[in-house]
Write a protein that binds this ligand. Structure first.
Ligand code: PLP
Length: 401
């Protein structure tokens, strides 16, 4: 039987990161994987996270008992408030429920399973381009129609809002539509508030089901509220909807797999049955989630002093990214690199969709040991004050070559 197994396609982001690790070049730079790096190019344990971990380690009342199937309730409640805003009417009206998930990916998978198996949706739409995992998650959840809507306009290096609206208005009724809550991955281009209103109109008109992917709240602008504007707006329009929250980036808790799936319903009396179905889905896939990340996040979100400290950490991360965007753009403009580079500062979040071609990206890897995805997406966090000149000059060479 195993002799029949075909080689699966490699996951590009991990393959590129491996190429980086394998390289012995002194000036090698990893611009691929979506993780924060300090200006020294190192992973960062947020000081507020470290502080809470020390407290937790000293607390002998804690143990390693199983969490309930739907996770740590205090965490889920605090996380839902962070997303929707504590005073959002849907919370006051009892229309919200939330369950802990295996990070953002796990939240999307449980959402996909629920939408497919319980609500019987079979069509999903995601943006072109999108985060590479959306397709795989819905495919493996059994969706038979996996479709795309236009999003990126290569010419203007911005949002193709008319294409997006046109594609959504042609989507069959009862399709699920995946929307990035903020800091769209990979383009770094988000709709404006007016554009979000147009999107909400067509979602309503076509009876689409909005599923928000919120992987970068706070990380995009440094402000938790403005990064959640779209989700809050949709909730205030009365949609039934789901949002998957990740705490990988904004808490730096990548390998703790901490996430939350927030469900907004029209009628609060549906919540008990909804939770019971979510319980069965989780039970049959991983039984119950891990605790460490949930303890950290809930402690930080519920303590005003720690919360302020965390907001400071988010500002540090988003601020460094903004500085690197400015620095890279300035250097490319100064070098006279052909093309326009203002999109680098206009885009937000961790990534920049540079406009570099697959050939240019390959050239950067082979000649300069600067590793990025073939789509031209770069993780801005891989750029530091120590390597920014090297990166800018290499990009200039790749574009001129
Ligand atoms: N959604 C988007 C758009 C992402 O970029 C990511 C991570 O890169 C995720 C979801 C999920 O991340 P995780 O499963 O690590 O929380």
């Amino acid at each position: 039987r195993f002799a029949e197994v075909q080689q699966g396609a490699p996951i590009e982001v991990f393959a590129v990161s491996k190429a980086f690790s394998d390289s012995t070049h002194q000036k090698k730079v990893n611009l691929s994987v979506g993780a924060y790096r300090t200006d020294e190019g190192k992973p960062w344990v947020l000081p507020v996270v470290r502080k809470v971990e020390v407290e937790l380690a000293a607390d002998t009342s804690l143990n390693h008992e199983y969490l309930p199937i739907l996770g740590f309730d205090a965490f889920s409640t605090a996380a839902a408030k962070m997303l929707l805003g504590a005073s959002h009417p849907v919370i006051a009206e009892g229309k919200v429920t939330a369950v802990q998930t295996l990070s953002g990916t796990g939240g999307l998978r449980i959402a996909a399973d629920f939408l497919g198996h319980v609500l019987k949706y079979n069509t999903v739409y995601y943006s072109t381009p999108t985060w590479g995992n959306h397709r795989l998650i819905f495919l493996q959840a059994g969706f038979s129609e996996i479709c795309q809507y236009r999003y990126w306009d290569a010419e203007s290096r911005g949002l193709d809002i008319n294409g997006m609206i046109e594609d959504l208005s042609k989507a069959p009724e009862n399709s699920v539509i995946i929307l990035h809550a903020c800091a769209h991955n990979p383009t770094g281009v988000d709709p404006t508030q007016d554009q979000w209103k147009r999107i909400a109109d067509v979602v309503e008109e076509r009876k689409l089901f909005p599923l928000f992917d919120s992987a970068y709240q706070g990380f995009a602008s440094g402000d938790l509220d403005s990064d959640a504007w779209a989700v809050r707006y949709f909730a205030s329009r009365g949609f039934e909807m789901m949002s998957s929250q990740s705490f990988s980036k904004n808490f730096g808790l990548y390998n703790e797999r901490i996430g939350n799936l927030v469900v907004v319903v029209k009628d609060p009396s549906c919540i008990t049955a909804t939770r019971s179905q979510l319980t069965l889905l989780v039970r049959g896939s991983y039984s119950n989630p891990p605790c460490h990340g949930a303890r950290i996040v809930s402690r930080v979100l519920s303590d005003p002093v720690l919360f302020e400290e965390w907001k400071g950490c988010i500002k540090t991360m988003s601020g460094r990214i903004i500085e690197m965007r400015k620095g890279l753009r300035e250097r490319l403009e100064k070098l006279g690199t052909p093309g326009t580079w203002d999109h680098i500062t206009a885009q937000i979040g961790m990534f920049s969709f540079t406009g570099l071609s697959a050939k240019q990206s390959k050239y950067l890897g082979e000649k300069y040991h600067i590793f990025l995805l073939s789509s031209g997406r770069i993780n801005m966090c891989g750029i530091t004050t120590g390597n920014i000149d090297y990166v800018a000059e290499a990009i200039n060479d790749a574009v001129c070559n």
